[in-house]
Design a protein around this ligand. Structure first.
Ligand code: GAP
Length: 513
């Protein structure tokens, strides 16, 4: 555990030291759970967004984009159910005065039971080797069955209590399980209360005419209210999707995990409109497609898992998370939700405007069903960044810090380094930059010894360092150093563009999907 905490601390301090993420308004001691993306962070974030956009919009003939406003008519949120139901159950510890999400306390307890079961499974796997049958073991081993059975029972009871608004039972469950304040160990809890997560604001200059508004807590509703506009003007035929990236705002109760849970964050969402009755087929399709998108980045298959929801949001008939192994354990990275026709029907009812589609093949009007994929851009950033940060011991015993970002996402693709600041080498380096910058983000660096410059670029995640030396003046060749292997090859200047391109082009990465 201590090791994990250290890793997470390293992630946070590396993100600051190397210009990826700063705390918002730091000179005023910051604002809790609000962050700014710095010169390198903004590039990494943009590349993740582009990677998502390209795979969703450019690669799918039947998915188009949208950029709807953050402000929406307040009735939107009444219709969507957010005014009444976008709550988290909170509980305070009377001794420590710390506030927690009651459901998260219970889920963490259940996850510990799961971990105990997994430990037994791994022990047995090691004991039985090739002959190990996990399915049989899980259904026959008494201890594993007890752990997993208890976990299921707890989560089901919590889901039932939350669905029926039986908050007294949620508290009773916390007490029965003897769950303590994770920071202080105290079990002195208040009642559980519901807390609405939307931020309110006002539109209009004078107090009389001002209208109460909400900052959107998800980008999805901008898609729903524009469903018919897009369908008609784009002549879209079902099944089709609308994709959007943009800011969302939630007044999170617990926001202590850096950019994992923020109060202002960015989502990348896609609503896929389908015929009623076909939603489960597309739900499975998008679960697999989205997992493959994540896997294409090469962060390790073992770092992802699905978690099917026991407790469904007010709009869903099926939902799963893609969880990622963050430095603090497996947590939700993306949600895939089968949202039924809940949203379109609700908007139809509240606005009085028809939200139906005429299916020419069926010769029939209907309200489409929706399968949604929703991933947090900041969470994606944290997943990629934390997984890539490595402390390596080299053959000579020295260490280096290297950010092994998937090169398609790296903020800077190549740094061009004149070996010395004289003899015409800087001028040649500048010429190389002038040529490469049309295609890639490139950096020029002439300060310090070349070894130190390599280390600096390693820590920034730059996949290539191109060094211009005296031989360059004679034969127009340079050395190109690969960040991960540290191997250096001598190549012609004219080959650089295609070498870099073959490593960083989205085409090559997305083809792995
Ligand atoms: N439209 C559906 C929706 O918003 P969600 O599960 O509440 O579903 C989707 O959110 C994704 O948005 C999450 O999987 C997560 O990646 C991201 N997300 C949600 N709340 C967040 C927060 N407070 N900070 C950062 N990312 C968040």
């Amino acid at each position: 555990m201590a090791k994990q905490e250290d890793l997470f601390k390293n992630v946070v301090s590396h993100a600051k030291e190397y210009g990826f993420i700063f705390q918002s308004s730091e000179i005023y001691d910051g604002l809790s759970a609000v962050y700014d993306y710095a010169q390198n962070g903004v590039e990494l974030k943009k590349n993740i967004r582009d990677y998502w956009w390209k795979s969703m919009v450019q690669m799918h003939e039947n998915i188009v984009g949208l950029d709807s406003a953050i402000f929406m008519h307040p009735t939107t949120w009444k219709a969507s159910g957010h005014v009444d139901a976008f709550n988290d159950p909170l509980i305070d510890n009377k001794d420590s005065k710390k506030r927690y999400r009651a459901d998260v306390l219970i889920e963490d307890y259940a996850e510990k039971l799961n971990q105990k079961a997994q430990k037994e499974i791994e022990k047995a796997r090691a004991r039985f080797g090739e002959a190990f049958n996990e399915q049989e073991f899980v259904t026959t081993n008494a201890r594993v069955m007890e752990y997993l059975g208890k976990k299921k029972e707890i989560l089901e009871r919590m889901a039932r209590s939350l669905e029926t608004e039986n908050l007294a039972d949620v508290k009773a469950l916390i007490e029965e399980l003897e769950i303590a304040d994770p920071e202080t160990g105290s079990k002195n809890w208040t009642e559980v209360r519901q807390f609405n997560l939307m931020f309110g604001t006002k539109l209009g200059a004078s107090a009389d005419s001002a209208m109460d508004l909400y900052l959107r807590p998800e980008t999805a509703q901008g898609i729903f209210v524009n469903f018919l506009n897009v369908q008609k003007t784009g002549r879209m035929k079902i099944p089709f999707g609308i994709a959007q990236t943009g800011k969302a705002f939630r007044n999170e109760i617990v926001a202590r995990q850096f950019i994992f849970r923020m109060r202002e964050f960015e989502q990348m969402e896609m609503q896929f409109f389908v015929r009623p009755g076909e939603e489960m087929k597309y739900y499975e399709y998008w679960k697999n497609t989205r997992l493959n998108w994540h896997l294409s980045l090469g962060l390790g298959k073992e770092n992802y898992r699905f978690h099917d929801h026991e407790k469904l949001a007010h709009y869903a008939n099926a939902a799963a998370d893609i969880e990622f192994n963050f430095p603090f354990g497996f947590k939700e990275l993306e949600g895939i939700h089968s949202r039924t026709d809940f949203d379109l029907k609700a908007h139809e009812q509240f606005s009085g405007k028809k939200m139906q589609y005429f299916d020419t093949e069926l010769n029939q009007n209907y309200t489409p069903y929706v399968v949604e994929t929703s991933v947090g851009l900041d969470r994606m950033f944290l997943a990629v960044f934390s997984n890539s940060l490595k402390e390596e011991t080299l053959e000579d015993g020295s260490t280096r810090t290297v950010l092994q970002l998937p090169s398609v996402l790296a903020p800077t693709k190549a740094a061009v380094l004149p070996l010395v600041k004289k003899d015409g080498l800087p001028e040649v380096a500048r010429q190389i930059i002038e040529d490469l910058k049309w295609d890639f983000n490139v950096a020029y660096d002439e300060k310090d010894a070349v070894g130190r410059r390599y280390r600096r670029q390693d820590a920034l995640g730059t996949p290539f360092c191109i060094t211009v030396d005296h031989q360059t003046l004679e034969d127009q060749t340079v050395t190109i150093r690969h960040r991960d292997s540290m191997q250096q090859d001598r190549v012609k200047i004219e080959e650089l563009r295609s070498i870099i391109n073959s490593e960083v082009s989205m085409r090559n990465w997305l083809m792995k999907m």
